[in-house]
Design a protein around this ligand. Structure first.
Ligand SMILES: NC(=O)C1=CN([C@@H]2O[C@H](COP(=O)(O)OP(=O)(O)OC[C@H]3O[C@@H](n4cnc5c(N)ncnc54)[C@H](O)[C@@H]3O)[C@@H](O)[C@H]2O)C=CC1
Ligand SMILES: O=C([O-])CC(=O)C(=O)O
Length: 311
């Protein structure tokens, strides 16, 4: 199975690295506009093969889409990341043009690919990719919820002092500092509600830390995060290529689900060989419904900025 990753920067290269050493795909192509950059990253990753025992073929190309031909999955990480103090939404002016042209280019050589959008503001970029390409909605997936949920589980694990893999928890809604909805009420430690172990105040702090998880890392690193984002994309790619049908919160086009339509927003999805195979309807309480409606309103308002680019 072949995966193309457009953008060989921090997130794209990390994603290629994880896909390779976990043997998720037989071939990975990294593509970047910076001359020689993707080639260098690919060569560096390939030189891990003997020490981490993988056989994935990794190659890099400078803006040559013909080398991406017949990819099963294409990941779009091209674009600029935010700097400390910025919101993801501020990236729209530069990233919209990049994401639109990249989505159109990859489809010329891989008309059947499933596209994973990572570039920010991710919900808006996913909507843009869908509208610009006209692909069926099951084939455009925005990656945000997988990462936000892993951050939520990490913060819960720290609060509980228990392993993150024993914790089940999900974040839905937009992938923004104020639009994420950590579903605290439904989070569990091996099936036991975390509300049995953690006070309301601690749970509120965990939820707040989760929502600003990306901003916290951006402040610490001077640019946005890449290890967990790259691993989260690889997790999604694995569920697609190996038809695992995992339930993963992803930004997808909703058509009446959760009372919304004509936006891409994070909802729990079954991810398999056909991309988005099902949207799971969680029974939300009134507070959660209100949070989701407000999140959707903010995501929809952001899409307005695409009007000029989509004409
Ligand atoms: N959805 C999510 O959960 C996450 C999204 N992001 C977003 O992912 C994007 C990438 O982040 P990083 O990898 O940290 O940035 P980066 O700056 O390290 O890498 C971006 C790469 O894209 C390349 N690029 C720019 N225009 C291109 C084009 N037209 N064609 C091909 N390549 C192009 C650049 O040369 C650069 O190498 C950012 O927009 C960031 O905000 C980052 C982390 C998580
Ligand atoms: O914070 C950012 O700008 C990058 C991102 O989306 C994340 O790490 O969640």
């Amino acid at each position: 199975m072949k995966v193309t990753i457009v953008g060989a920067g921090n997130v794209g290269a990390t994603c290629a690295d994880v896909i390779s050493y976990r043997g998720i795909a037989s071939e990975v192509v990294l593509l970047d506009i910076k001359g020689g950059f993707a080639e260098g990253k690919a060569l560096d990753i390939m030189q891990c093969a003997t020490n981490t025992a993988f056989n994935t073929k990794v190659s890099g190309v400078t803006n040559d889409y013909s080398k991406t031909i017949n990819s099963d999955v294409v990941v779009i990480t091209s674009g600029i990341p935010r700097k400390p103090g910025m919101t993801r939404e501020e990236l729209i002016g530069i990233n919209a043009g990049i994401v639109k042209s990249v989505a159109e280019n990859v489809l010329q050589y891989s008309p059947n690919a499933i596209i994973i959008v990572v570039s920010n503001p991710m919900d808006t970029m996913t909507y843009l990719a869908l509208k610009a390409t006209g692909l069926p909605k099951n084939r455009i997936i925005g990656m945000g919820g997988a990462l936000d949920s892993s951050r939520f589980r990490t913060y819960l694990s720290l609060a509980l002092d228990k392993p993150a893999n024993d914790i089940s928890a999900m974040v839905i809604g937009g992938h923004g500092d104020t639009t994420m909805i950590p579903l605290t009420r439904l989070a569990s430690y091996n099936g036991i509600p975390v509300t049995q172990f953690l006070s309301e105040a601690v749970l509120q702090k965990v939820a707040n830390d989760t929502m600003v998880g990306g901003a916290t890392l951006t402040k610490l690193l001077g640019t946005s995060a890449w290890y967990a984002p790259g691993a989260s994309v690889a997790y999604l790619v694995d569920s697609i290529l190996n038809d695992q049908k995992k339930m993963i919160a992803c930004s997808v086009m909703v058509d009446g689900e959760y009372g919304e339509s004509d936006i891409c927003i994070g909802v729990p999805c079954i991810i398999g060989k056909n991309g988005v195979e099902e949207i799971i309807q969680v029974e939300l309480n009134q507070d959660e419904k209100t949070l989701f409606a407000n999140s959707a309103k903010a995501v929809r308002a952001m899409n307005e900025a695409l009007k000029e680019i989509l004409v």
